[in-house]
Design a protein around this ligand. Structure first.
Ligand code: IMP
Length: 231
């Protein structure tokens, strides 16, 4: 990590994730910058586990920028489908020759579960932060959010499988929650808070923050980042 630079590159181009994660990291003196804003193309996600994909995305962003990088990977795991769609959640319908859309993914999921009584499922999210591309000890935080897959969609909020993901204790689907409530209790929200706790105690990031804040108490954001060519 460069002295005087408190930036972490976010290995995602999702504006919602940037906003949520930035708010949580700001109190630690750390700021996030989207990888696209540094000229970093999206990484491949070829692996069979969430953690491998998240680590690959974080390393890719760190390699191309020279900055610490934060990546997440998430999906829906259904018990009766042996954890599928899992890492394939975004491409579940496309895997079967359908289109890559939330509507098609949901249609395939409901067809997969036709006549199946066991509807238990969970959303899963893992976050990985590497301090450098060859960081031997990435900071990892993960969380699950349990519910059931309902045949009947309800609600207009959220995205992906949310209209079909029922929270039995609330009697609501995730798409019926307002955004703040979802962020508070979701797999991603829980994992982010865990990550922030881990970073609060992280020595490397603590010393970088002190360098960045320096004498003035202001974070120095002046160091330009020039994306390196991919090796
Ligand atoms: P990604 O981690 O942003 O790539 O998300 C992977 C896929 O998992 C999404 O495209 C959705 O299909 C599913 N997914 C992950 N988190 C959620 C969520 O909070 N609500 C609904 N679907 C989700």
């Amino acid at each position: 990590m460069r002295q005087g630079d408190s930036r972490i590159v976010l290995a995602s181009n999702n504006a919602g994730k940037l906003r949520e994660m930035s708010a949580l990291l700001a109190p630690l003196g750390l700021s996030l910058v989207r990888q696209a804003d540094l000229g970093v193309p999206e990484a491949e996600e070829p692996f069979g586990t969430f953690i491998e994909n998240a680590l690959a995305k974080a390393r890719h962003a760190s390699r191309l920028t020279g900055l610490p990088a934060l990546a997440d990977d998430s999906g829906l795991c259904v018990d009766a489908l042996d954890g599928r769609p899992g890492v394939l959640s975004a491409r579940w319908a496309a895997q079967a020759g359908g289109e890559k859309s939330d509507a098609a993914n949901n249609a395939r999921l409901i067809a997969d579960l036709a006549g199946v009584a066991d509807r238990a499922a969970h959303y899963y999210c893992v976050l990985v932060l590497v301090r450098s591309v060859d960081d031997p000890q990435p900071v990892v935080a993960d969380a699950s959010w349990h519910g059931e897959v309902s045949d009947t969609p309800r609600g207009t909020g959220g995205f992906g499988y949310d209209p079909y993901f029922l929270l039995p204790e609330l009697g609501l689907t995730v798409a019926e929650l307002d955004a703040a409530t979802k962020n508070e209790i979701s797999h991603r929200g829980q994992a982010m808070r865990l990550l922030v706790e881990r970073l609060r105690h992280d020595r490397v990031l603590r010393s970088v923050r002190a360098d960045a804040i320096g004498q003035t108490g202001q974070i120095d954001m002046s160091t330009p980042v020039v994306p390196r060519a991919q090796t």
